[in-house]
Design a binder for this molecule. Structure first.
Ligand code: SF4
Length: 331
């Protein structure tokens, strides 16, 4: 499949990357709008400069089957994040700074290396705070022969002006939709107005690419798939989140209902989220999706050993079990 960015001229892609880079000077790359100059000494909530820091760049088999296929996704796991989830399973890279700094040319080489390994897609994981750097790298990589479509795999806390620069560049949006109440997002992810920003962002993603479509062999072609991690005690607001997807977007947008929550990092300190979810809680979430008529739902086995945590200190292979944990419901 031809990546969308190949339909843009190299000049247009370079211009997009430069327009995004200019956002670093008074940073409004994500909804925090810290307005610091990341090209100099300024650092905002994400703590990053204009450099790219990457925790791992690997062939990954843990995404939904239309992405993973037989050869996996070439994921660039970006260091740092614009959210601070108490239960983040990637906390080593998202909150503890694990990773190495690279030039844009080096990250471009990482994408090309992954393409040479035969992956189906390049995945940008937690890209929201570094879109300008990734676009710069993409422009360099495309000039050297990168042709794989990009999966934009974000936490959903994305700024609209930044997303608009990605139109016809990103083929596949794979955002989380984590909460349905701003107060809970503030309490557990230390983020303001998550619900408003994430819903606006996902509406924009949907406008750009529509629901995920597959080719004849079941591989993803283009579109939006939303992930929702079911949290204990309905902390994630699953019913309201699924209602938003089904009623405000479309029942054709596929949803991954994830059961893999574990009380890692700081989550053990809060009694509400200090446990895994119960089988009844997960079954209830699946029933909600059925009741709302969501056409495609990806599910996880609650006991799947894939729920073992990644270890990003092993950057060459943080996911030792490495097989897909999400399957389409009923298949
Ligand atoms: S990308 Fe970082 S510096 Fe820029 S607005 Fe977001 S958190 Fe602040």
């Amino acid at each position: 499949m031809q990546a969308g960015y190949l339909n843009l001229t190299q000049t247009e892609l370079d211009k997009r990357a430069q327009a995004a880079y200019d956002l670093y000077r008074d940073c409004t790359v994500c909804p925090h709008a810290c307005q610091v100059d990341r090209t100099g000494d300024g650092r905002g909530v994400c703590g990053e400069s204009d450099r790219l820091t990457v925790g791992a760049s690997v062939q990954h088999f843990g995404e939904e089957p239309p992405f993973t296929g037989t050869r996996g996704v070439g994921n660039i796991f970006v260091t740092s994040c614009n959210m601070r989830c108490d239960y983040c399973q990637n906390f080593q890279i998202s909150q503890e700074g694990q990773g190495n700094g690279y030039s844009y040319a080096q990250v471009a080489e990482q994408m090309l290396d992954l393409q040479a390994q035969g992956v189906h897609f390049i995945g940008w994981v937690s890209p929201s705070h570094v879109v300008p750097g990734l676009l710069k790298s993409l422009a360099l990589a495309r000039d050297k022969g990168l042709h794989l479509p990009i999966i934009y795999n974000s936490n959903g806390y994305d700024a609209l002006p930044t997303l608009k620069l990605l139109e016809n560049v990103i083929d596949i949006y794979l955002p989380d939709l984590k909460y349905a109440e701003n107060d809970l997002a503030r309490e557990y992810s230390h983020i303001k107005n998550y619900v408003d920003h994430s819903r606006s962002a996902i509406e924009e993603m949907h406008r750009q690419v529509g629901p995920l479509t597959l080719n004849e062999s079941g591989q993803a072609e283009r579109g939006l798939l939303i992930r929702h991690l079911v949290l204990p005690d309905n902390t994630a607001g699953t019913w309201e989140t699924l209602c938003f997807i089904a009623l405000e977007l479309s029942t054709k947008v596929p949803v991954s209902l994830m059961s893999q929550y574990q009380p890692v990092h700081k989550a053990g300190k809060d009694s509400r989220i200090a446990r895994r979810i119960l089988a009844e809680e997960y079954e209830k979430a699946l029933q909600m999706a059925r009741d709302l008529g969501i056409e495609t739902v990806f599910t996880q086995d609650l006991e799947d050993e894939l729920h073992n945590l990644p270890d990003f200190r092993k950057s060459e292979n943080p996911f030792p079990l490495g097989r897909a944990g999400l399957v389409e419901s009923g298949k």
